[in-house]
Ligand binder design. Structure first.
Ligand code: GUN
Ligand code: ZN
Length: 438
């Protein structure tokens, strides 16, 4: 059907593999200075040089042409909280106080289904406005919040994974559930949503501090009995958190052993943070296939510490990049790349712009086991992409002369860019955000 085939022409970049830490490995990416992305309905049909591909377009197919834009795969966020938009920029505290003072009260509002629905709309629209087409999301302990987010994501055909937060102690009553009830509610949500179009469920025990041993054990049972679901939690973010967790589980060797013991580690597990960890932890993560979501703006904002990216990578741990809004200070993966670069700098490490853009696209798709369907422009994958404007701001415009090379365009975007650089965002072939009309 020719009317369903469309072309998008401009500069195009996507990754085929990890680019490595220094100059990008040859063959790890494709860049077309005058490229064409051909989309058929919701999928990628082809990508390549415009000169070679234009003749293959069906007669009458529309072609959008942005000679100065940069088209990249939609950004993927491996850890973000739906109920924490209003918590962004909360002054003056570190993790445990921040949770008590600002975060738990904001989450309690999600008991109200109308509030949950309106916030899910706002959250998804904000993600799209920041170029993010897919994410692993913490909802709240209310099933309503999960239903609200899945409903909005389904309407836009986004690959969203989320789950009901399981928490049965050390938090306000309004947010606490019971171990058995949280397990039943999670199972009902899995049955309703997991695997429906692009949606997936994530079993979501908040962290060891807010779950009883019984609840963690039931979370492990949910993971074991529902192949394909993801598991997300928080781990080793802050010293007071680590001390409290170890106090609550004196029979376990260390914090990671808590999750390991209850069957919560594995290839589909994504642990946010992992700031204060050692080689033994990294070895166990690598052996179990568990992933870390590196949340740089959150770790600096809450004063949690500096994630050791090089050590994690060196130990073979699969690391994703994440905003962790609302402890994180921006929904923008560009801003997140900038902060990740600075966290690396502070430790004498580096993060090349190629590595940063790889992480935010194909790398994060691999972390979330969705690279068969998204993360780059291989034919057959969903057409999730962002049209970036590398001269969207006065400062970026200053840097267009002389005309920058690809590495400089990417580095300028990641250090100086923000949501103003997102011109359009497409999900499964449909334009879901257009800056010109907002
Ligand atoms: N640890 C437990 N809950 C949270 C949360 O909501 N945000 C962050 N950053 N850490 C947590
Ligand atoms: Zn978090």
């Amino acid at each position: 059907n020719q009317t369903e085939t469309r072309g998008y022409r401009g500069r195009i970049l996507h990754f085929l593999d990890e680019p490595g830490t220094a100059a990008p490995e040859p063959g790890s990416y494709q860049f077309f200075e005058d490229g064409l992305l051909i989309v058929d309905q919701d999928r990628i049909l082809a990508v390549g040089h415009a000169s070679g591909l234009l003749p293959s377009l069906p007669a009458g197919a529309t072609v959008e042409h942005w000679p100065e834009a940069l088209i990249v795969p939609g950004f993927i966020d491996t850890h973000v909280h739906l109920p924490q938009l209003q918590v962004i920029a909360s002054f003056g505290s570190q993790l445990l106080d921040w949770l008590e003072t600002y975060t738990y009260p904001a989450e309690a509002r999600f008991a109200d289904a109308a509030w949950a629905s309106s916030q899910a709309e706002v959250f998804v629209d904000m993600m799209l406005a920041h170029g993010t087409t897919s994410a692993l999301v913490f909802a709240t302990s209310h099933a309503t919040s999960v239903n609200a987010l899945f409903t909005v994501a389904a309407a836009r055909r986004m690959a969203i994974a989320t789950g009901k937060v399981m928490m049965d102690r050390n938090a306000p009553q309004a947010l606490c559930d019971l171990a058995s009830g949280s397990c039943q509610a999670s199972q009902a949500l899995i049955d309703r949503w997991h695997g429906k179009d692009r949606l997936r469920y994530a079993v979501t025990p908040r962290f060891a501090i807010t779950s009883s041993p019984e609840q963690l054990s039931l979370a492990g049972k949910l993971v074991a009995e529902n192949p394909g679901v993801l598991m997300q939690t928080h781990w080793a973010e802050n010293h007071a958190e680590i001390d409290f967790a170890c106090e609550l589980y004196p029979e376990r060797k260390d914090y990671l052993d808590v999750y390991e013991h209850y069957g919560l580690l594995g290839e589909r597990s994504v642990l946010a943070h992992g700031v204060h960890i050692n080689e033994h932890d990294r070895h166990r993560l690598n052996r179990s296939g568990s992933r870390i979501a590196f949340c740089p703006t959150s770790n600096t904002f809450l004063g949690s510490g500096l994630f050791d990216f090089e050590a994690a990578r060196g130990a073979g741990v699969n690391v994703g990049l994440a905003t962790d809004v609302g402890a994180g200070t921006s929904l923008s993966m560009l801003a997140t790349m900038a902060e990740a670069y600075k966290v690396c700098q502070l430790q004498g490490q580096t993060l090349s712009p190629f590595q940063a853009f790889y992480l935010s696209t194909l790398g994060n798709a691999r972390v979330l086991h969705q690279d068969a369907d998204s993360g780059n422009f291989e034919p057959g994958k969903y057409a999730d992409f962002v049209v970036l404007d590398p001269s969207a701001t006065p400062m970026l415009r200053l840097k267009q002369h002389p005309r920058p090379k690809l590495a400089d365009i990417l580095f300028d975007l990641m250090i100086l860019g923000d949501d103003r650089c997102i011109k359009q965002t497409y999900v499964a072939g449909q334009c879901q955000f257009d800056r010109a009309t907002t």
